[in-house]
Design a protein around this ligand. Sequence first.
Ligand SMILES: NC(=O)c1ccc[n+]([C@@H]2O[C@H](COP(=O)([O-])OP(=O)(O)OC[C@H]3O[C@@H](n4cnc5c(N)ncnc54)[C@H](OP(=O)(O)O)[C@@H]3O)[C@@H](O)[C@H]2O)c1
Length: 292
Amino acid sequence: MTTVTLNNGVEIPQLGFGTAAIGEWQQDDSYVTETLLKGMSIGYRHFDTASVYGNERALGRAIKESGLPRQELFITSKVWDSEQGRDTRDAFERSLERLQLDYLDLYLIHWPLPAYTRETWEAMENLYAEKKVRALGLSNFRESDIEQLATFANIRPTCNQIELHPYLTQKTLVDYCQFHKIAVAVWSPLGSGSWSGVKKSEKPISDPLIVELAEKHGVSVGQIILKWNIQQHRIVIPKAESLDNIRNNFLLADVHLSEEELQAIDGLNRDLRFGADPDTAQEINKNIPVPD
Ligand SMILES: NC(=O)c1ccc[n+]([C@@H]2O[C@H](COP(=O)([O-])OP(=O)(O)OC[C@H]3O[C@@H](n4cnc5c(N)ncnc54)[C@H](OP(=O)(O)O)[C@@H]3O)[C@@H](O)[C@H]2O)c1
């Protein structure tokens, strides 16, 4: 599996397994564990969770049951808005306890909350110094949020996980991150899971160009979009529950898009978000609790 080398030297598998809303939002049961075990048996080693997904315990059980050596896995979690600031260290410890792990590979600030960023990041830097986490990163940070962080951070963030798909290419932010050696990780690459309520016909997987390219290359629409990301050095974390989709998303080696095809997909951008906008997310997020 291809990896991206983060700016602190840590290698992250470029393809990961997104875990938000497997089954339902904040579902944490044997169905989630079995779905994650299917991913592990097919070969996924990188899993993206968050305290607010409410599935860290299910992922922890899957890790135990898989019998895989810990060092073969790459586990990401995130600190939620209500946990930022002085609660960050405890929130991290709660995630570790739910995951039954003694360290994380990557810990992210889930959404920017500028008033709390300094205290949150300093707590994360301490966890990094104590070797409880191998890399620190951001999610949903705008350029202005990264600029603010740069005024006090001792450790440069390794990555920024943002919504990105053919209808939302975020070119300016991607160029900014790549210029500053902050890797770009892509959420909702296929146009979002059931949590968003967006109809399949409105997602980029149904776009005529993506369908045409899939037919031309004899692969699935999902593979076209994932490869469009992988060839442009982005980390990508599709979520899938059906065995066909889980397997299909893992088999990317045989697909190669030309430069013209990559640019044609870039051209589908319409600045369309399926998830929350960092400009307004705070208002929505404050009503979403972290389940234990
Ligand atoms: N940092 C953040 O703020 C943030 C926000 C949202 C998401 N995320 C992360 O990003 C991950 C991925 O985003 P997402 O869950 O919104 O959705 P997504 O990966 O864009 O799309 C998931 C949907 O696509 C379907 N699918 C999967 N593979 C497919 C394929 N090859 N062809 C056609 N359809 C396919 C899935 O169906 P089935 O499930 O039925 O197989 C599911 O309905 C999340 O799970 C989470 O880890 C992060």
